[in-house]
Every structure is written in structure tokens, then in C-alpha cells.
Design a protein. Structure first.
Length: 83
């Protein structure tokens, strides 16, 4: 576990409300950071999906899809063998 010290400058009202709601504890801050990271990842996923859709690539045939699956499986086997 990594210890990180944060110093926040908050408006008085916000600081009081956050403190009263129990939001300034290490556990709650960690939970809030997890939610923010999940939201960032979701946003990045949707941006990538939009970019992919905008590329207007031709659809892949079942044979092409199977070849990609086989290549990923082979690479995973080779990586496992190296360990």
C-alpha cells in the first residue's frame, strides 16, 4: 500500500459539508478516486468506440475473426511458455 498525503484548499462551506458527511476519510477518498478512475476508463472506452465507428472499416469475415482469435491465443501461449 502506498501512503499519499493530500492537502486540499476547499471553500469553507464545502469543507464543512464534506467533513460532516464523512467524505474526508482515507477510505472515502479512496472510494471516490476509484469511482473517478472507473468513469475516466469508461469515457476513454466510449471515445475509442466512437473513433472506431468513425473509421468506417469494412466488416471482418468469420475467417478473419477466427484468424485474429487464433493469433491472440498463440501469443498468450508463447507468453505463458516464457514465464
Amino acid at each position: 500500500m502506498t501512503t499519499v498525503e493530500l492537502k486540499l484548499s476547499l471553500p469553507d462551506q464545502l469543507a464543512q459539508e464534506a467533513q460532516a458527511a464523512g467524505l474526508l476519510t482515507p477510505e472515502t477518498v479512496a472510494a471516490l478516486l476509484k469511482v473517478a478512475l472507473r468513469a475516466k476508463r469508461a469515457q476513454a472506452f466510449f471515445e475509442a468506440a466512437d473513433a472506431f465507428a468513425a473509421a468506417k472499416l469494412p466488416p471482418m469475415s468469420m475467417q478473419e475473426i477466427q484468424a485474429e482469435v487464433n493469433a491472440v491465443r498463440q501469443a498468450a501461449l508463447e507468453n505463458a511458455a516464457r514465464r
